[in-house]
Write a protein that binds this ligand. Structure first.
Ligand code: ATP
Ligand code: MG
Length: 448
């Protein structure tokens, strides 16, 4: 992509209400534009990151055996009256009326709708288990939308729902999502720690929030440092096999948010040197809730003896749009973002230091084409801006590699390469630079 054709409206001044780095940087780097309280337009640069995150989430859901579909954003109040949540949900629900006076709502979540869909199609125990998900916009009229996309009112969520005939089977579905989440966040370069969460009246140990540590996080968290070093289940994990050992390994160490925190247990069960008391961002939440919806909504299947069995359900959310902010919190410096390759809006930024100079332009075009052919996503700055401005802009948007081409280097047959993550610079022969960088990009995109 040529920068002159792209739309990258950078912001010089950051609005005073942007309190945390990710919010500031997303505005400054032209990733989002606020269109209302907690409502954002995704500008081209931000949209590319959002889509990369979404795709990783999708691939890992599919790997775990979940099946993608798409439910609408607008739902009928009638459905929510069946579960009793229409009145219970409160002011966070955006209620709408259509022209016929019918009560509608913008979905804050989809338990009711998916239960209705499954009850219409699954009749027998042989139709289960099922794991169904979609990636869809939600609306929650949050009291305090803040921190940009971190706590928006309209936000993108992946929500998956499991349907099983008994608790043993439901636990297996839960474990699939548990393992899938570990992989999902690791692929983005995040260390997300599963922490025990409140299961409410259902009880049991099947509710976890996946939290990334960050000083700006909204939750206070307590955990054992050893959790951070545990090996993530690899891509050849058999999701139809026994996943309990993975669950056991990651729940053997203490990890809880302040709502579930037990100071005494923390101090006695975790070595003092391993005690982490920090802040964190909730990027995912998985939850087994049994027959909470299937009972009032009469979602049953016939068992082998012909008797009706209420379906055992769980739900599994990932904050796709929140992750864009979360990733910046984890990867940035004073100059801007530092994207991990897997989620970077482009893999490489190519800087032409002397636009208008025929030789420099030709060298850049050659590299640009070679990289594109090699499947590398390049943002090519061929604008007339000053070099200083080009460098600052590339640092701000934070592409993993920068290739800098100017007349002086060309004379020696050299290109300068900068790695954004550690700032390391090196010189590479101009004829080799495209192949060299393509190799680095492809290597960085590989995952276990
Ligand atoms: P929180 O405790 O942060 O309000 P929640 O427990 O209400 O979140 P869930 O219903 O579990 O959220 O939703 C699943 C995921 O969706 C969360 O883990 C979070 O990553 C994301 N999410 C929830 N609310 C928002 C929001 N207002 N803006 C952006 N992402 C959100
Ligand atoms: Mg939650």
């Amino acid at each position: 992509m040529r920068l002159s054709q792209f739309y990258l409206p950078l912001m010089k001044e950051t609005p005073a209400d942007a309190q945390i780095a990710s919010h500031r940087l997303m505005l400054r780097a032209g990733m989002i534009r606020q269109e209302g309280a907690g409502i954002y337009a995704w500008l081209p640069l931000g949209f590319r990151v959002l889509k990369k995150i979404e795709q990783i989430v999708r691939e890992e859901q599919n790997r775990a055996g979940a099946v993608e579909m798409l439910m609408p954003t607008i739902q009928q109040a009638e459905l929510w009256r069946e579960s009793g949540r229409y009145d219970a949900y409160g002011n966070e629900m955006l209620r709408i009326e259509d022209r016929g006076g019918r009560a509608m709502l913008f979905g804050p979540t989809n338990e009711e709708m998916i239960t209705e869909i499954l009850r219409a199609g699954a009749k027998s125990y042989k139709d289960l288990p099922k794991l169904l998900y979609h990636i869809q916009w939600k609306f929650r009229d949050e009291v305090r939308p803040r921190f940009g996309v971190m706590r928006g009112r309209e936000f993108l969520m992946k929500d998956c729902y499991s349907f099983d005939i008994d608790e043993t089977a439901a636990r297996h579905s839960y474990n699939k999502m548990f393992a899938a989440y570990l992989r999902t966040f690791a692929r983005m370069g995040l260390k997300a720690i599963p922490m025990r969460a409140d299961t409410g009246p259902i009880g049991g140990d099947l509710s976890h929030e996946f939290i990334i540590l960050a000083d700006t996080g909204e939750s206070a968290v307590f955990c054992d440092k050893q959790l951070i070093e545990l090996a993530i289940p690899s891509k050849d994990t058999d999701f139809d096999g026994d996943l309990q050992p993975i669950f056991d390994r990651f729940t053997a160490h203490y990890a809880a948010t302040d709502e579930m925190h037990d100071e005494k247990e923390f101090e006695t069960s975790v070595d003092e040197k391993n005690q982490i008391a920090a802040r964190g961002i909730e990027v995912g939440h998985i939850f087994f809730f049994g027959t909470k919806y299937s009972t009032p909504m009469k979602a049953t299947v016939a068992g082998s003896d012909g008797k009706d069995i209420p379906i055992q359900m769980g739900s599994y959310g990932v904050g796709v749009s929140r992750l864009v902010g979360g990733l910046i919190e984890a990867y940035h410096d004073d100059d801007g973002c530092k994207w991990p390759m897997a989620v970077a809006p482009f893999h490489v930024g190519l800087i032409n230091l002397k636009t208008g100079d025929a030789e420099t332009e030709e060298a850049c075009s050659k590299i640009y084409r070679a990289l594109s052919v090699a499947g590398v996503e390049v943002l090519y700055d061929e604008t007339k801006a000053r070099p200083g401005e080009k460098f600052a802009r590339m640092d701000l948007i934070g592409l993993p590699y920068q290739i800098v081409i100017g007349p002086r280097g060309l004379k020696d047959g050299k290109a300068e390469v900068k790695q954004r993550l550690d700032g390391e610079k090196s010189e590479v022969a101009i004829d080799d630079v495209a192949a060299h960088i393509a190799g680095l990009v492809h290597a960085a995109l590989e995952y276990e």
